[in-house]
Ligand binder design. Structure first.
Ligand SMILES: [Zn+2]
Ligand SMILES: [Zn+2]
Length: 192
């Protein structure tokens, strides 16, 4: 029915434009790409549930939304799969496209680049593009170094077994890496 292939676009035509009008939307947005950080992310195609409440205000539309989804990754210490529920609230103002507002236009003529202006969200006609705030919310929630648990002991660097499942006195014979290239040389005093 809709021509827009971007699942993050919310058509707000049903929302009255008088300040104070409100409408709630429940969206299931499929992740168009993997969304996250290198070690943990919402996989491509998984659903992002968004409960959004839109309110018309004088300068645009205020959206308050709760974002719910599940990210998958692996523990940096033991490489076990890690699942993380993301449940985060956001609030953003989408300004109406500035067309006839002389005051604002004048301000825009300044060459000064204001960071707030660059990041400002704008309506595209009736369309509200939720992509940036949703992706930001997901990425900001995810840990750069995911762990299966804070107490994860990780793996033995020599055999790759989990410390958790190894006996307390687990150890490997220390072989100096400098000698490993000299295989076959008999030092005469080897115990083996
Ligand atoms: Zn772990
Ligand atoms: Zn080991």
């Amino acid at each position: 029915m809709t021509k827009h292939s971007n699942p993050f676009l919310l058509n707000t035509y049903e929302l009255g434009r008088r300040a104070g009008e409100m409408k709630e939307y429940q969206l299931d947005i499929p992740a168009h790409v993997r969304i996250g950080v290198p070690l943990i992310a919402v996989p491509e195609g998984d659903l992002i549930e968004v409960d959004a409440r839109l309110e018309s205000v004088t300068e645009g539309i205020l959206v308050s939304a709760e974002i719910y989804t599940v990210a998958q990754g692996e523990c940096i210490r033991c490489l076990d799969p890690v699942e993380m529920v993301i449940d985060r609230k956001i609030q953003e103002l989408y300004r109406y496209e500035a067309t006839n507002e002389k005051g604002r236009k004048k301000k825009r003529d300044d060459d000064e680049i204001d960071l707030d202006d660059v990041e400002e969200l704008q309506m595209e006609g009736d369309l509200m593009n939720l992509e940036i705030p949703i992706i930001d919310a997901i990425i900001l929630t995810l840990p750069v170094n995911p762990l299966c648990s804070e107490e994860c002991l990780g793996l033995c660097p020599d055999c790759g077994e989990k410390w958790e499942s190894l006996p307390e006195d687990h150890a490997h014979e220390v072989i100096d890496a400098r000698w490993s290239g000299l295989g076959g040389v008999d030092f005469g005093n080897s115990d083996k």
